[in-house]
Design a protein around this ligand. Structure first.
Ligand SMILES: NC(=O)c1ccc[n+]([C@@H]2O[C@H](COP(=O)([O-])OP(=O)(O)OC[C@H]3O[C@@H](n4cnc5c(N)ncnc54)[C@H](OP(=O)(O)O)[C@@H]3O)[C@@H](O)[C@H]2O)c1
Length: 277
């Protein structure tokens, strides 16, 4: 039996659906135990360790989907690792971050610490080091089509993003396949694009010229604040843009394509879907 944590999230739902479609015995772990996910749902709150052990009872495999509150994730994830160890889970799969143990990416330290906790547990693991989702750029795509401009601070940095569905398919492949124990997969899209290229793609689909305006990081942060983004979030996003400018999301090792057995979804498909909606 496979327990998927964070099952009410956008990735979690896709994974649960994918596992069901493959006929796997899947149980959803969620804060809302009344969530309608088409499978048994057990209460599992990362902040309430007493819920985690019962939620993992009988699990052979656990997919730990990283939490979405930066700053809280190490104790949250460690609580799941400890419970998985106690429950005798035979395979713990974790959604990590690109090159988590070596990258300067600002959000990597919590993922690195989680990977270390998993390794220290002695549990057989798989690290799915998920790169950027295309879906991180839904607002950017709409903004480009509406205004003829997208704004950032990534310079000519490249982003090897892929669709959230691609990452979900990779998780399903690992959880329903064999031979993935103690593997570390760097999951990225097949193509690494620049923001000027993204602007051009949006323009092609929208049928209007779309330009990319590159700002220094501090000005980009202020731009986000002026648009209503909280200062703390704006600083984080601007730092991520700097990481992109420095090339931290540009690698395309092909692990995602190999795991899912098909090319990754081009970002043009996501642009078309967003602008058709
Ligand atoms: N690779 C990328 O580009 C990228 C982008 C964004 C995020 N991420 C990471 O990937 C994860 C999955 O992505 P996503 O798109 O599915 O994110 P999401 O839609 O925000 O889902 C996050 C999930 O985490 C759950 N969660 C939050 N706090 C929890 C807690 N205390 N206990 C139990 N569950 C908790 C949420 O539960 P509720 O439904 O109860 O809120 C939700 O199910 C994110 O959480 C984040 O770590 C990656």
């Amino acid at each position: 039996m496979i327990v998927v944590t964070g099952a009410t999230g956008q990735l979690g739902r896709l994974v649960v659906d994918g596992l069901r479609a493959k006929g796997a015995n899947v149980v959803a772990g969620a804060r809302d135990k009344n969530a309608d996910l088409g499978v048994e749902v057990r209460e599992l709150d990362y902040d309430r360790p007493e819920t985690i052990g019962p939620a993992l009872a009988g699990a052979d495999q656990v997919l730990l989907i990283s939490g979405n509150e930066p700053g809280k994730r190490v104790p949250q994830h460690t609580a799941v690792v400890d419970a998985a160890k106690l429950a005798g889970v035979r395979h713990l799969v974790y959604t990590s971050a690109p090159l988590a143990d070596t990258t300067p990416l600002v959000l990597a330290p919590e993922h690195k610490a989680t990977e270390e906790a998993i390794r220290a547990s002695g549990l057989p693991f798989t690290f799915l080091r998920n790169g950027w989702y295309h879906e991180n750029y839904l607002d950017t795509i709409r903004q480009g089509a509406d205004t003829g401009e997208i704004v950032g601070a990534a310079g000519g940095g490249r982003v090897a993003s892929a669709a959230r569905q691609d990452f979900a398919d990779a998780a399903v492949a690992v959880l329903t396949g064999t031979g993935h124990e103690n593997a570390v997969y760097e999951l990225t899209g097949d193509t690494a694009w620049t923001f000027p290229e993204l602007a051009a793609e949006i323009g092609d689909v929208a049928g209007r010229p779309v330009a990319y305006r590159d700002l220094p990081a501090a000005e980009f942060r202020q731009f986000l604040i002026d648009q209503g983004t909280p200062a703390e979030v704006a600083g984080f996003v601007a730092a991520l843009e700097q990481n992109i400018a420095d090339g931290t999301l540009a690698h395309t090792p092909g692990d995602l394509r190999t795991l899912i057995g098909r090319p990754t979804t081009p970002i043009a498909d996501t642009i078309k879907a967003v602008l058709a909606a």
